[in-house]
Every structure is written in structure tokens, then in C-alpha cells.
Design a protein around this ligand. Structure first.
Ligand SMILES: [Zn+2]
Length: 308
């Protein structure tokens, strides 16, 4: 019974709920990509027509939330980007962008409207749901629909990604499903989104029961569920979600020196969870070491360097 641990984990209702919600966000992201890309291309064209092209090579660099342009073209771009930013007096993650590419690459401009961690995302396909949803709320190109419906989905996404035991209740999932449907009806003008909404509904209603069979199926395991998925995509989804959680944690740590007790507890829980499962352990080996080092550093910071 080599798969007992894996089967138990994948068949835990609350863990399944957590993954189903992740799958819904992936579907949502997929259906938004094209729409967001075409809107941002038009937006970029409009801004470009008002800003003179660079005469010399731009050497400007942005870091985290800091950007002090050194060339007149970037001064113009910064002003125009801020003019359309709904949170211009709050956090703007300039570090996502390479300002020298603003004139020629629409996506480098789009990233000024996204949360931290998008620096190496060179196209909409590389961005997660959170990046695209945040773009909808912070760039006024998308004003018109009730954006509180977007914020509700973003809030759920954050709860999901900060759930350190990687579990959510069935009541939470139901509420999440309603919020996604509210979002879909608010953005029904997005091509294909309505159809994607039905697929999302199907994921929420599916069973995702995974049974071990003696027959010759995928690696000795077969999957019984209403949605057209097999075990391998479920494992891929699981890895993807855990990886997203880890990346978010690392970004958070780049910005703060010390973690709160609650965050420390979350890191510990994540480390334990990954270590408890052999398949995850081997996949995330480097991350387990990284987490252990982080925890050690945090404990030393709390105790002080001279006390042991
Ligand atoms: Zn510049």
C-alpha cells in the first residue's frame, strides 16, 4: 500500500476543498488572461501616444515600492501610470517593472498595477489569479463593474493561500463559489468567462474521490470523479499551490525582518506538513531547508545574538 499516505491526504475533505478552490482560481485566471492582455495593449497604446519616445538609453531602476526616475521619459511614464492608479497614494510595487521597457512592452506597464512578486512575469500567462484580479481593481481602465465583487474573490484567494494547514471547510468553499459566481456575472462582458463559470461550478460540485485499485491504472492509483481530471493533474495542482504559498512567504520575508508569532506558527506548520509526506518532501527538499534556516534565523532574532 505504497500510496496510503497520499490517498489519505488527497481524500481528506478539507484538503480537497482547498485544492478545488485552487483549481477554480486557475480556471478563472485562464479565462481572464486574454481579456486583460487585450485591454492592457489598448491602454498601453493610449499612454504611449501621449509620451515622447526615449531619445537615449534609459538606465532607470525601480526597487520594491521605490522609484525615482532619472530620465524625462520615465518621469512621464510614472506620472501617467499614477494618473490611472486607484491606489496612487498607497503601495505601488514599482519593483515589478523594468522602466526602460515601458515604451515598448505593454506588460511592463501592467505590472505597476499588480501586487509584489511579479518582476519576472513577462506575460499575462505567467501571472497568477491574484496578479490579474488586483490589476482589475487598481487600474482604472477596468472601472465600470462593481469592483467589490473582485475584492471579495481576492480576499478569499488570500485566505486560501494563508491557510497554513492547507484546509478549508465545505461552508467556506460554498461561500467562495458564490463569490466567484458574483464576479462572473459582474464581468459577463469578458469573452468566455460565463462558460468558465460553468466549469468552475462543475469543479465545486465534483467529488474528487481517489481510490486505490489493483488494476493497471496510473501508478497503481485510479481517480474517480465527475470532473475530467486524473491523479497526475491533481498532484500537479497540489505542487503548484504549495509552491505559490511558499513564494508568497518568501516575498513577505523580503519585506519584513521579523515575523509575527502567527506567521512563525504558519511557517512551522507548512514545514511540518511538507515533511510529513514523502512525495512532497522530495519535491520540496530545497524549500524545507530554506524554511528551517528561516525559522532558525527568526528564533535567533527573537532571543538575541548573545543569548542561547
Ligand atoms: Zn528611464
Amino acid at each position: 500500500m505504497a500510496h496510503t499516505g497520499l490517498l489519505q491526504r488527497l481524500n481528506c475533505q478539507e484538503y480537497k476543498n482547498w485544492m478545488k478552490a485552487g483549481q477554480c482560481l486557475l480556471l478563472l485566471k485562464k479565462s481572464l488572461q486574454e481579456f486583460v492582455a487585450s485591454e492592457m495593449r489598448v491602454f498601453h497604446k493610449q499612454l504611449s501616444s501621449r509620451i515622447p519616445p526615449p531619445k537615449a538609453k534609459c538606465q532607470c531602476k525601480a526597487k520594491r515600492m521605490q522609484f525615482n526616475p532619472r530620465c524625462p521619459v520615465c518621469v512621464e511614464w510614472k506620472n501617467h501610470i499614477l494618473d490611472h492608479h486607484t491606489n496612487r497614494n498607497g503601495d505601488v510595487h514599482w519593483g515589478n517593472c523594468d522602466p526602460s521597457m515601458w515604451s515598448g512592452h505593454y506588460w511592463e506597464v501592467a505590472k505597476a498595477y499588480m501586487p509584489r512578486g511579479c518582476t519576472d512575469k513577462k506575460e499575462p500567462q505567467a501571472c497568477d489569479a491574484s496578479a490579474l484580479l488586483n490589476l482589475l481593481t487598481t487600474c482604472d481602465r477596468f472601472k465600470g463593474p462593481d469592483l467589490s465583487k473582485v475584492r471579495e474573490v481576492i480576499k478569499c484567494r488570500n485566505e486560501l493561500m494563508h491557510s497554513s494547514d492547507m484546509k478549508v471547510s465545505s461552508a467556506w468553499l460554498k461561500d467562495f463559489g458564490n463569490k466567484i459566481q458574483n464576479f462572473v456575472s459582474e464581468f459577463r462582458h469578458v469573452p468566455g468567462l460565463k462558460e468558465e463559470g460553468s466549469k468552475i461550478q462543475a469543479v465545486l460540485l465534483s467529488n474528487w474521490a481517489i481510490l486505490e485499485q489493483s488494476m493497471d491504472t496510473y501508478d497503481g492509483v485510479t481517480l474517480e470523479c465527475d470532473a475530467a481530471v486524473s491523479l497526475s493533474p491533481i498532484c500537479d495542482l497540489e505542487m503548484l499551490m504549495i509552491d505559490e504559498m511558499l513564494q508568497e512567504l518568501y516575498y513577505q520575508l523580503e519585506e519584513v525582518d521579523t515575523l509575527s508569532e502567527k506567521d512563525l506558527d504558519s511557517v512551522q506548520k507548512m514545514q511540518n506538513f511538507i515533511s510529513e509526506h514523502k512525495d512532497l518532501q522530495s519535491f520540496f527538499e530545497a524549500d524545507i531547508d530554506k524554511l528551517a534556516l528561516l525559522l532558525k534565523k527568526q528564533t535567533e532574532l527573537k532571543v538575541g545574538p548573545n543569548q542561547e
